[in-house]
Design a binder for this molecule. Structure first.
Ligand SMILES: Nc1ncnc2c1ncn2[C@@H]1O[C@H](COP(=O)(O)OP(=O)(O)OP(=O)(O)O)[C@@H](O)[C@H]1O
Length: 251
């Protein structure tokens, strides 16, 4: 197993609020890593540091390193647009653009300069197939994405993220607004995707982490308390705080 992202001594402050405390973690490639912990513990903040999605928040200060592709992503030489192409993101609430299904998926590749209709058709179809939504939308590609159900919109957003061929997919509670059937489709999809991508997901749902992830990181009050194989972390946690959380003593 090789490491795709290595985080070293990462600290983050929102103004004076110290939200992440010296986080060290090596994310394995082609596996699913779940980030769990009670509300406000820093899961989303940590996830967003990986592709610099919180760079623009006023008053934010980040120290430490996020090594990806042989570079620290916070090095001034790293282009955030390149980084976000490599490390894509799907949010809690599906956020399709107010345009057709086709144009949603073609948007990223067009931004990166792909103009050929044949090529775009191929990317759109492959991305929608990879996101397990092709059969549901293939006859309505020119229709507005806003007419899809919530679960379909979320899979469309996954297709949109995949269309620019990322290496890593960040999912920030991407099923929390969905019904159980849509949730299970997205969980199955995440498992399918890991042969080609590395998936890192924030989840509030410990059952979800246990069902789909290979590795789990438990955060508490800005500390990464424990990180390990999901099976081990849930069956024989090393830290008392992890045990208290997974057995429902708080959270
Ligand atoms: N933009 C921001 N400005 C100031 N403080 C913030 C900002 N975003 C998050 N915080 C604070 O940082 C801490 C970590 O928040 P974060 O959203 O990362 O937690 P979380 O574990 O993802 O929580 P949840 O599960 O509720 O989404 C919290 O105390 C939160 O209030």
């Amino acid at each position: 197993m090789s490491t795709i992202i290595e985080v070293k001594d990462l600290n983050l402050w929102y103004g004076t609020h110290h939200a992440l405390h010296s986080v060290n973690i090596a994310i394995p490639e082609h596996e699913i890593t779940a980030l769990i912990g009670p509300s406000g513990c820093g899961k989303s903040t940590f996830l967003k540091t990986l592709n610099r999605m919180n760079d623009l928040i006023p008053g934010i200060r980040i120290e430490g390193e996020v090594q990806y592709g042989g570079e620290n992503v916070y090095d001034p030489a790293v282009d955030p647009t390149w980084l976000r192409k490599q490390i894509g993101m799907v949010f809690q609430k599906a956020n399709p653009f107010p345009m057709s299904i086709y144009d949603n998926v073609a948007y990223g590749p067009r931004t990166h300069g792909i103009r050929s209709r044949v090529k775009l058709d191929e990317i759109v179809e492959n991305s929608l197939r990879s996101a397990a939504i092709w059969d549901e939308v293939k006859d309505r590609l020119k229709k507005s994405a806003l007419g899809l159900s919530g679960g379909q919109q979320q899979r469309l957003c996954i297709a949109r993220a995949l269309a620019v061929e990322p290496e890593v997919l960040l999912m920030d509670e991407s099923t929390s607004a969905l019904d159980p059937i849509s949730t299970s489709k997205i969980e199955d999809l995440a498992v399918e995707l890991k042969s080609r991508y590395t998936v890192i997901m924030v989840t509030h749902n410990m059952q979800q982490a246990a069902r789909v992830s290979d590795n789990t990181a438990f955060f508490l009050l800005g500390d990464l308390v424990e990180f390990g194989k999901t099976e081990t972390l849930f069956s024989t946690p090393k830290d008392q705080r992890t045990e208290d959380y997974i057995t429902g003593r708080f959270g």
